[in-house]
Design a protein around this ligand. Structure first.
Ligand code: KIV
Length: 282
């Protein structure tokens, strides 16, 4: 596929203007990225959900910038069309603006991402502004922010009170105001998401935020049925690849143990052995 077909940052706002919904999924490795890209996903998010989904941690907090760079590089190599967005992990953008720029720069320069995503409004808006100023596209993330799991008291629905919904709208406006190109809205009431979507010029991408956002994102392992547990109730499963994997691996192990694999005709005789057999036959 030529670079002309590549989805670029400004395309997302154009899609919103045209009323076209945006399809986004997470990816963490080359093979999955190739598959999602072939299927025509618009935005590939190298989420810090990596920590829970791929690395087996209980939260996203242990994910390091080095891990994100490593996985972003793999996803970028497997992607021809989708816009690759990399998450900035915990403590890589909260400490200071210049540190945020340096860290985001690594995801772009070494990881090959076209944009970064960061969680939060208020305190992180300054960092978002500076990133945009230096040419690094920023996707915001509001509502349930997994990096604040301890402060939130768990992975809970957010913005259920009116004042919290107002604060969320103010944060979304602030992110748009400093040049963010989109904002993820996670685990908030559908009506709150609808209002934010109506108010913003930039697209909203929902996850557990109802049907009114400009796009949707899911953790690919959840929607493909690969995740074993901890899958949120709002996830629609479009496949049962976990069960298919277990069945395939059982069949393979059984074949190996009973001698059905490899079967004799599958084994190629080495050329030398063939020549010897022919010579002996003459
Ligand atoms: O890390 C992630 O996968 C995310 C999505 C859930 C939006 O931030």
């Amino acid at each position: 596929m030529s670079e002309a077909n590549r989805i670029r940052v400004p395309d997302l706002e154009s899609k919103k203007r045209r009323g076209e919904r945006i399809a986004m999924l997470t990816a963490y490795d080359y093979t999955m990225a190739r598959l999602l890209d072939r299927a025509g996903i618009d935005v590939m998010l190298v989420g810090d959900s990596l920590g829970m989904v791929v690395l087996g941690y209980e939260t996203t907090l242990p994910v390091t910038l080095d891990a994100m760079v490593h996985h972003t590089r793999a996803v970028s190599r497997g992607t021809n069309r989708a816009l690759v967005v990399a998450d900035m992990p915990f403590l890589t953008f909260q400490v200071g603006v210049s540190e945020a720029v340096r860290n985001a720069g690594r995801l772009i320069q070494e990881g090959g991402a076209a944009a970064i995503k960061l969680e939060g409004g208020g305190a992180v808006v300054e960092a978002a502004a500076r990133l945009v100023e230096v040419g690094i596209p920023v996707m915001g993330h509001l509502g349930l922010m997994p990096q604040s799991v301890h402060q939130l008291g768990g992975f809970r629905r957010q913005a259920t009170l009116e004042e919290d919904a107002e604060q969320l709208l103010a944060d979304a406006h602030a992110l748009e105001g400093v040049g963010a190109f989109a904002v993820v809205l996670e685990s908030i009431p559908a009506e709150v998401a609808r209002n934010v979507t109506k108010e913003l010029r930039i697209p909203t991408i929902g996850i557990g935020a109802g049907p009114y956002c400009d796009g949707q994102v899911l953790v690919s392992y959840d929607m493909l049925g690969l995740s074993q547990d901890g899958v949120p109730a709002f996830v629609k499963r479009y496949g049962e690849l976990g069960e298919q994997t277990v069945a395939a691996v059982r069949a393979y192990a059984d074949d190996v143990r009973t001698g059905r694999f490899p079967s004799a005709p599958r084994q190629r005789a080495p050329k030398a052995a063939l020549a010897l057999a022919e010579a002996e036959a003459e």
